[in-house]
Write a protein that binds this ligand. Sequence first.
Ligand SMILES: [Zn+2]
Length: 938
Amino acid sequence: MTETPAEAPARDYRGTVFLPDTPFPMRGDLPKREPQWLERWERLGLRARLRAQSKGRETFVLHDGPPYANGPLHIGHALNKILKDVINRAAQMSGKDADYVPGWDCHGLPIEWKIEEEYRDPKGKYQGGRRKDDVPVLEFRAECRAYAAHWLGVQRDEFKRLGVLGDWEHRYATMDLPSEAAIVREIGKFLMNGSLYRGLRPVMWSPVEKTALAEAEIEYHDHVSPTLWARFRVLSAGAADLAGASVVIWTTTPWTIPANRAVAYGPEIDYALVHVEGVGEGSYLVPGEMLLVALPLLPQFERDAKLGAHTVKRVLKGEELAGAVTAHPLRGAGYDFDAPLLPGDFVTTEAGTGFVHIAPSHGEDDFNLGRQFGLPVPETVADDGTFTRWAPGFEGLHVFKAHDAIYAACERAGTLVAKARLTHSYPHSWRSKKPVIFRATPQWFIAMDDANRIRAKALEALDATHFVPDMGRNRIGGMVATRPDWCISRQRAWGVPIAVFVDKSTGEPLRDPAVMERIIEAFRVEGADAWYQPGAAQRFLGNDRDPAGYEQVMDILDVWFESGSTHAFVLPDHGLPFPADLYLEGSDQHRGWFQSSLLESVGSQGVAPFKAILTHGFVLDEQGRKMSKSLGNTTAPQDVLKQYGADILRLWVMNSDTAEDLRIGPEILKQQAELYRRIRNSLRWLLGNLAGFEESETVPYAELPELERWVLHRLGEIDARVRKAAEDYDWAGVVPEIHNFCATDLSAFYFDIRKDALYCDAPDSHRRRSARTVLDVLHRCLCAWLAPVLVFTAEEAWLARFPDEQGSIHLTDFPFVPEGWRDAALAAKWARVREIRGVVTGVLEGARRDGLIGASLQAAPRLALPAADAGLLDAEGWAEVCITSTVTLETAEETAAAVAEAAPGAKCDRCWRVLEEVGESKRHPTLCRRCDAVVERR
Ligand SMILES: [Zn+2]
């Protein structure tokens, strides 16, 4: 339709239309603009203002689990800190005082390892390399400190760039001198209350790093282990037919044979007494010998040991073996002791022979069985993984290179039955990626089940903790219920020392509060370096004790104890209440920080340091694979910031279900940028149509049209969701719902319908004023709800409307949304209206394809409605909702149906509705009545 008025030159009415007007740009340009907002907040002193204006409010404390200061941030850090920031900001905006003190974990092996790498590199900082053992400990510690300080600074700047709001100026670090004093004060509590003890225990030991490792420092990888089947000749047994037979064991750690002191059997297992009659080629078995092997494992054993013809002489229950004694398989080569047969409930018939050789120094079960039966715990392996003189014939040999020597020794002793190799999952150091061993060493422990009842109290505390998601409770609960005593000593240099003296005459640690106080005071001023200064022992023991009578313990604390102690100094030092409201980390922290914090706090104060625990998943690539440099599938947050900006990364986090693993990659980021664009467009549309809005335009709720009241109803629903998420920290689905509201309810429905009234109605028209009343509320609500997530964009959209040198959306609370806006009946009615609208727009779409009409305003459809729907809207109302020029209503028998027809009449030059009335006006022959009136009054 291209009709033009015949007479008079066509007048241009474009200038009379109220087109959206806003300085808020279409493009976010986030990489460029975000840093400017950060500078502005810095200038404003945003955090300090929030504290000042929140005085007296209920507090909310999310205690920060410290990241480790040894490299640039990766995407997992970004996820963690963004989620924390959203939760903090939402708590603040829902009326609380939510201060946040970010922190860093600074001590520990990975940093020592980095410094040692520098030493080892002949072309590096130290030309020709450097021997660590030649470096004085205080110098080494100073290098570690400088290294951690550097990365702490880098990470702090990167976190700030993500928009994370917190007390960056007074951030905490475990290596701060007062923190080191506080940590040693905590260990002092365990010393005084008796839970700290030194004992010989098998621990996960890294021969490469020469230290004990905690469970949390272990990862499992496939490893090829040499395996050994060996004979233990029966020296004495109850039944006569067992004399002269051999018990066959199977082990994946042949290097533990020198430390063997017993053999375990399963009392309930059926064992076969086998008479060997024939052997396969290359078998080490001897025809005529008698062997004992678990009956269910005999078929496998035939293959493993190339056993030929044989007869099972008898089947006996394991319990019949009680009291039997065998010979060590290297008898005659320096191992002349007996190896008793002992019952072990850990023996199974899953693999091997049903007999487990017991080396009390090299396994948890072995150690416990040895303690039960009084077996010795020989120190056959040194710090560096080589055999000591207590392993005759192997001294100096590394345990991982010992299998050939062990095979050969067994062969010489006539006890080799078979050898093979096995690929299995084996513990490795998470740092060096090298396999670890179990090794009994004297270590410091915190008892789980002594009079202090840490385990029992910890389990009680978990019952009272709120978990998001709830399955976390069982996960950490199961770990606490079964964990061994907490091994807190490490044989390293970069950390807080276990500042304890041991009385050489009694072997007991010295429990003197005065000594402890001197240590804490010195650490507070000089840091833990004070422990390593010459004369430290005399200084701390005082003048009435002789340092010669005491051993100064030089082990350092497990860093998990340090980070587990942070609540004890961060909360009180910042005037924050204990316990914290929330601990929030990745789900791997059930065995890490959540657990160490729980045990430390329960052990020192009797209660958990948190009221709630929230966990998030890990970040995978777009195909769901783990990210790794070698796969080249990593997404660096720094790159996302450069390409898209922090708000896109923040939107990605909050559009994900953070309880599960998250995926990220180029395609996903592109999608997030598209979602962002839609939200931004909604904000821009609101701002444009609110140009010049004044309070006096506002229409009271009761006088608003139904369509406006329906929008307010939706706001009521979303408000409830946002507030619930702020209350219970569960944000799953909330931001997607806000996006969906913008895209579907607003852009594609409400805005579309109200465009006509907003652009073309007179400024004082009730309809236009009503729409602007609601746009005002929408702008306020959306800016506020988006503020915790899109921290930069929400600020921009807020100040675009309320420019103020001192203003910020982040200084406001979530707006009050009256309960009365919720209207279920209205919502049901408008759900039906939208259904019928869908029928009409579907029909119009077809008509457009057929060339019958162009824009929907050129249509005047006939709409047939069943009786039940007849009262929904009048014809004018339907035309408005369907964005057509008119609608003719008819009655339908059953279902709603529409027929597209071209609107009769002429197109109004101003509003483009096609109406028969156009042409009536002499003054404005190309306008409809409404437009005629509006233009005349200008
Ligand atoms: Zn018009």
